[in-house]
Design a protein around this ligand. Structure first.
Ligand code: CA
Length: 233
């Protein structure tokens, strides 16, 4: 799940980012309203944490522009303590929830889970490939009913592979989506992560779920047919 955090106070922004990354969200941040709006309009996010008092463009204006553009991404607004008007205005503009500053991280995480759950239809909160299940809300993976613990990047990689099941994903697509940098052909980081992921999710008695496509990248498949150009390196 990708979250955009729009917050100009550096300390607060990095506190939120660290907390969310520990909970295995992929986090992007913006330090002013204009940058936040551009990022929100140009990328897909599963939710936005939006401060009200921001340089260049305040949180209400960002929210108003987003909704005017037909973007219905769930928004959690960060408001000043005690300002009921702030909250009402935010909700009127289409915020999904608000949180008064200062707050405990646990509170923010709980509100975020709640708006994510509301915005995600019940049947799509889990991804399935064979007997592998990935819970998009709790970020746990399960196979044969057993819980599999994943690091942040392992989770992001697995989610990307599972969302694109049966599609060949090049190393450069994976690099841009999961690591958000351009692909360095010298780097073997993707292969290292795929190997780790395989050790966690593959079962020796079952056909491999993550297939290596020689010279290209990887594909997630439930079963491999005889005509697959698969090299399980
Ligand atoms: Ca602020």
């Amino acid at each position: 799940m990708r979250i955009l955090v729009v917050e100009d106070e550096r300390k607060v922004a990095s506190f939120i980012r660290r907390g969310l990354e520990e909970e295995r969200y992929i986090v992007e941040s913006a330090a002013d309203g204009e940058e936040g709006l551009v990022l929100a309009l140009e990328n897909h996010f599963d939710a936005i944490v939006l401060d009200v008092m921001l340089p260049k463009m305040d949180g209400y204006s960002v929210l108003r522009e987003l909704r005017a553009a037909g973007n219905s991404v769930p928004v959690l607004m960060l408001t000043a303590r005690g300002s009921m008007e702030d909250r009402v205005q935010g909700l009127d503009l289409g915020a999904d929830d608000y949180l008064a500053k200062p707050f405990h991280f646990e509170e923010l995480a709980a509100r975020l889970r709640s708006i994510l759950r509301r915005s995600t239809p019940e049947k799509s909160t889990k991804l399935h490939v064979g007997d592998l299940v990935l819970d998009l809300v709790t970020h746990f993976a399960y196979r044969e009913g057993k819980e599999i613990e994943l690091t942040t990047k392992e989770y992001a990689l697995l989610e990307y592979l599972m969302r694109n099941r049966d599609r060949i994903l090049s190393r450069s697509m994976i690099m841009q989506h999961v690591w958000k940098h351009n692909f360095d052909p010298e780097s073997n980081i993707i292969d290292v992560y795929v190997k780790r992921l395989r050790q966690k999710i593959e079962r020796p008695e079952a056909p491999p779920l993550i297939q290596s496509i020689r010279g290209v990248g990887y594909r997630m498949r439930e079963t491999s047919g005889p005509d697959d150009e698969v090299a399980d390196a």
